[in-house]
Design a protein around this ligand. Structure first.
Ligand code: SIN
Ligand code: CO
Length: 384
């Protein structure tokens, strides 16, 4: 498995300027034709596991009936499948298969907190999930077999198909791109762009997805964050209340006060920002903490003895310098109390694949560095 350039003849800058979040793009031969990060049999095996999120989509092209089933699946379900018109989709395969996690490296020029997961699908001839739109930026890497893709730009009007609402299908649309992808080809689809992929023969497709949270996602996480931290915030007050004739009416003036109350909450430094960072650093599956916690002193000794810290593939880190003057650092959905950690240390901790003893000298002046690193080790972000 080797990525040539994930954007073909385009530089990352050109891709970002002309296509990212704007237009679909077919990139021929972006990966080796022998890309085999997982086999169809291994994928089916994963779909039989309790902790793995999987779906099986079958349809009858004559009656246009679609069927969606959720995993875990039994071997007998797979044995009974027809020869055509089904697809098996497995979410977050990067969590379970290091070779699939390695595909993410091709997209290291994007912020890691924008990444969601690598979904892998297997489809037989005629298989697919039908016409739909996603709210994700997705790179569909063709691993095995040929697949026909119809794609349109996000600007076209789409009509939902209520008959197949479980699959969020839309009515057939006028494509601006009608292509057949082969192993190694990549199709980039921006959010909101209608697309429909149909396998021409047995196919494996890797979907490297990037998510962008909505206002509802951020507000939901903010509400959870307030509850988790026992913060009620300010309360609505009305010391100037007058007797009313309509006891049910909420007057316009009151609604204005409520909006101001909520705006006041959202304006507090490092509040929305923290909820956002928690949300985008969250992973579908939590990190495994080590069996035994390590102390700062023990960590220092280990690094001094040339021990190497290796970052876990599932770690997702984010940091920002808050308007409150502090560095805020997040690992897999949670903020760590990193004290007065400086921004160079935060950037280093969040971006290293491996950390060795040389970091002790490099960050010797930052007293918060080692405690922060110990916290990351104790969360399972790095392991010795
Ligand atoms: C796939 O079938 O592998 C991709 C599904 C999609 O278009 O989201
Ligand atoms: Co899609």
């Amino acid at each position: 498995m080797s990525a040539r350039s994930p954007f073909g003849a385009l530089s990352p800058e050109q891709f970002l300027r002309d296509y990212w979040q704007k237009k679909p793009l077919l990139i021929k031969g972006a990966f080796s034709t022998a890309l085999a990060a997982i086999t169809p049999e291994e994928l089916a095996g994963l779909a039989m596991e309790e902790d793995v999120e999987s779906r099986l989509v079958q349809h009858d092209p004559v009656s246009k009936q679609w069927q969606l089933q959720h995993g875990p699946f039994k071997a007998s379900t797979f044995k009974k499948l027809p020869k055509e018109n089904y697809t098996l989709l497995v979410q977050a395969v990067d969590h379970w298969v290091p070779e699939v996690a390695a595909l993410r490296q091709a997209y290291h020029c994007f912020p890691q907190w924008r990444f969601d997961d690598v979904m892998v699908s297997y489809a037989v001839k005629g298989g697919g999930v039908g016409p739909h739109i996603d709210q994700y930026d997705v790179f569909l890497i063709q691993g095995l077999g040929r697949r026909r893709w119809l794609v349109a730009e996000s600007s076209i009007t789409v009509i939902p198909n209520p008959e197949v609402s479980a699959l969020r299908q839309i009515q057939p649309f006028e494509p601006s791109m009608d292509v057949i992808v082969e192993p190694g080809d990549v199709l980039y689809v921006p959010p909101g762009a209608p697309h429909c992929g149909t396998a021409l023969e047995p196919c494996l497709t890797y979907s490297v997805g990037f998510r962008a949270p909505s206002q509802a996602d951020i507000v939901t996480r903010l509400a959870e964050w307030l509850v988790e931290n026992g913060i009620d915030g300010k309360r609505y007050t009305d010391p100037d209340l007058q007797a009313v004739s309509d006891a049910a009416l909420i007057p316009g003036q009151t609604l204005q006060k409520v909006r101001a109350l909520m705006q006041d909450l959202l304006q507090q430094p490092a509040l929305v920002e923290r909820a956002f960072a928690c949300l985008v650093s969250q992973t579908r599956l939590p990190l495994e903490p080590p069996e035994q916690e390590i102390s700062v002193a023990k960590l220092k000794t280990a690094l001094g003895k040339n021990k190497l810290l290796e970052r876990n593939d599932d770690a997702r880190l984010a940091w920002f310098a808050g308007a409150d003057g502090h560095v805020h650092l997040f690992a897999n959905g949670e903020e760590l109390d990193v004290g007065a950690l400086n921004s160079n240390s935060a950037a280093f901790l969040c971006n290293q694949q491996q950390i060795d003893g040389s970091a002790l000298n490099e960050f010797v002046s930052d007293l918060a560095f080692l405690p922060a690193l110990a916290m990351l080790v104790n969360r399972g972000v790095f392991s010795l």
